[in-house]
Ligand binder design. Sequence first.
Ligand code: GAL
Ligand code: ZN
Length: 661
Amino acid sequence: MHYGADYYPEHWPEERWETDAQLMQAANLNVVRVAEFAWSKLEPAEGCYDFAWLDKAIEILNRHNIQVIIGTPTATPPKWLIDKHPDILPVDADGHVRGFGSRCHYCSTNKTYHWYSDLIVGQLAEHYGHHPGVIGWQTDNEFGCHSTTRCYCDSCQKAFHQWLQRKYGTLEALNQAWGTVFWSQIYTSWDQVIIPRKTVASHNPGLLLDFYRFSSDMKVEYQARQIRILRQHAENQFITHNLMGLFPEIDYYKLCADLDFISWDNYPRGGGAPDSTRLALSHDLMRGIRKQNFWVMEEQSGPSGWELVGSMPRPGEIRLWTYQAVSRGADGIVYFRWRTCRFGTEEYWHGILDHDGRPRRRYQEVQQTGEELKQLWPLLQGTQVKNEVAMLYSYDQLWALQIQPNNPNLNYIAIAKEYYTRFHELNIGVDLINHADDFSEYKILIAPLLYLMTPELVGKLTQFVQAGGILITTFRSGVKDWNNAVTEKTLPGELSELMGIEIEEYDSIYGDAPIGITMELEGQELEGNACTWSDVIVPRTAQVLAKYSTEYYAGKAAVTQNAFDKGEAIYVGTRLDADLTSRLIDYVLVKAGVAHGALAETGIETAIREKDGMRLLFLLNHEPNTQTAVLPNDYVDVLTETPMTGKIELEPYEVKVLREA
Ligand code: GAL
Ligand code: ZN
């Protein structure tokens, strides 16, 4: 297994490199990522490349059996380049230039930048593309970090025009799609089309959604330049990019299509206690994007911190986070960072070692975890996470609902997470997938907030249900077309037939007082609450699962279920409280015949990786107190080879890896 650290040899005197490599090797590290911010050291003046220092660092690392991943340094264009071509700098929505002095200060459509970026990437690829000690590449660093996905410069405006021409073909089509007749915005030539800088009031939602898509596409295209160059020289080295989990600005399905695998940066603990559900959700998205195992390229190994210092990872937590990643599909773990830097913006972003470079508790934890993973790898290698439940996660829906949240409390990720939470409590794995993916391998599909709809998507959802799947969708579904204009059909628009309902009217809910809900599942009546939104549903062919019990729509349907061919289509017209959401999911699980995961609802997180009938069960205690549970089968603790049955106890932050006996 690949196990390592992010290393910045350029931050330390050369005399220290040997010590670092020795300490790394002793900690079981076998890979480092380097150079992703080192442009001004690699090309101190235009065309003057200096790779000697990096050669030397790599040579020392390789000597200690540590392989290297090189990050292309394009997130930090050097001062000489910015001074020579200041138009490379990105521009914000106010029209202000975002200047030199931090990072990510480039516009990804800028032609001059492309030229220089191609050069430095090409030079590195040529130099290291066949280096036996270099195993792979990371493109740039965290595309879009610090709100740099969307740039409002003139170059982007031009690129936007070209993107729109490719999409719409004619200006008439664009005017039609966006409804520019509203507020006298009809465009009569392509170059009139604005980029959505600050205006007096809000922009056209059609324009905004296309701008979000365009901006995401520009990062994808910019990365494609790097990939093209790297592949020319580095046929036997992998290419990845370090994503940011639930980061919402770039369509990660598109960004990752041409990578060899995904990696991502996981920082569970900032100021307070980590949210294990959110972490699980992030891992599941990172695995779901390509339906493939992934790496963590930056795994937290100390307190975070720039101006403020985050709280210290509790003893056991680094190990716990590592195993959580592995249990959900990580095949590589790289800790950020090797040693805490003495200078620069991230002086307090701690690594495995502190400023003084002396190994302590966190180092020992990394060392022990590395020892264990080495031992586990023969079993772990080639195993995968397999799930019967999927959740649709779409950047188009997310963006459209960011542009128009409909209600101040409506948040796409938060609502997706509310559904995910019950599965997580029950230790039932969920794959987060795209609308273009194949749904047919799943028994249950959770598809919250299908705000934008296409005939193709309706077709796929219908097929899924017809074939026996259970679909859950929610309020604000089928509302708009893919260009972000509202349908003229009665809601839920194109979904009406599948859902067997019509929506008579809706109420956006303000204030703190929730509305009442009465749910009836399998003859059992439950009282609860809902908030944010109420669709007043008129069932056509659907049966009613829940009704409103307060407000002027008391007695009207809030949740319905439509038997459709072999499957069921459930429509949740409001935002149910956690308990009702759980009950509804429990009901659906029984219907679909999906079993609970091991140790469900015990406070112990479990996940399974499997291969050819061999199943590895990971047990994780995310809590600062001991958890006990009863094992459902006979197991063997893989690390200690001890048989395990019956009652099991997990110390705070403890992890166990079991094999079915
Ligand atoms: C990540 C980034 C690293 C480092 C780290 C701590 O977002 O990729 O370069 O900045 O956060 O701030
Ligand atoms: Zn720009």
